[in-house]
Write a protein that binds this ligand. Structure first.
Ligand SMILES: [Zn+2]
Length: 269
């Protein structure tokens, strides 16, 4: 069986123009790559999950994008996504699409990547040539942005806490006396997802094209772990959905929208 799967993976990669690498510095499986269809210096990199020695399918394939910098070093510019062999072609397409969400260095136009320090920096490290001044100025900026983000978060939480008080004393409407229904959707590992904002069960904002993620895990409580590979919207990370269900009494919220297959939100039975 593992040989059959390996053959299927090889077939997909071969017909999509991928070339096997001679070496895998980090493991025993065969790495494949090819150029991104449009973006210069960007390679689509697939870890086939096929063991180089036995030729057997040994691990879930992964897909990521790398930017080849001026020194020919490969920088990971998107989060490596695990995929089911059956969804390999779809995941490759999704990663290709994620390219336009990867930030570009405004000085040298190279793609940015997340360095080991956690900072998002230019793949060419072109700032290193600027001299000491600018280099020391950048971490400061990051800190102030962080502080601002925390302030916003704190303000939001304050607002949330305040909300119930506003309604205190007001006569209860009939609609609010209705029992809240549990609304669920089938969210599965490997699903490509984006986000939609709903208000009173109506979609008020669709983030297709600006937010993209892949579902990594769904536990038995319906908690969803998502690899958010792209977000060019103004939605902060803490507003991104993390559950496969919600209560119909929620006035406004953000929920998953599955892109890779049909998955509808419906009342739980
Ligand atoms: Zn640069």
């Amino acid at each position: 069986m593992s040989k059959v799967i390996a053959a299927q993976i090889k077939n997909i990669l071969f017909h999509d123009g991928f070339i096997p690498h001679k070496k895998n510095a980090k493991g025993s499986t065969v790495i494949y790559s090819r150029n991104h269809p449009t973006a210069k210096f960007v390679r689509v990199v697939v870890n086939s999950g096929i063991d180089a020695k036995s030729g057997k399918f040994a691990a879930q394939p992964t897909v990521k994008l790398c930017y080849i910098n001026r020194k020919k070093s490969w920088r990971e510019i998107t989060t490596e996504i695990f995929t089911d062999p059956k969804k390999l072609a779809t995941t490759i397409k999704a990663q290709e699409a994620a390219e336009k969400f990867v930030k570009t260095c405004k000085y040298c136009k190279a793609k940015k990547f997340t360095a080991k320090t956690g900072n998002v920096v230019c793949s060419n490290a072109c700032w290193a040539a600027w001299g000491g001044k600018k280099k020391s100025a950048s971490p400061k900026k990051k800190t102030s942005q962080k502080v601002a983000a925390q302030k916003t978060k704190a303000a939001r939480q304050k607002n949330l806490q305040r909300k119930p008080q506003n309604f205190r004393g007001k006569p209860q409407k009939k609609s609010s006396q209705k029992k809240a229904q549990k609304i669920v959707a089938e969210i599965l590992p490997g699903d490509l997802v984006t986000v939609e904002e709903i208000e009173f069960e109506k979609v008020t904002n669709d983030y297709t094209g600006s937010i993209l993620g892949v579902v990594m895990k769904v536990d038995n409580l319906g908690r969803v772990t998502t690899n958010w590979s792209a977000n060019t919207s103004s939605l902060p990370e803490w507003d991104l959905p993390s559950l496969n269900h919600y209560g119909s009494n929620n006035r406004r919220l953000y929920r998953f929208k599955v892109l890779s297959r049909k998955a509808e939100w419906a009342q739980a039975v």
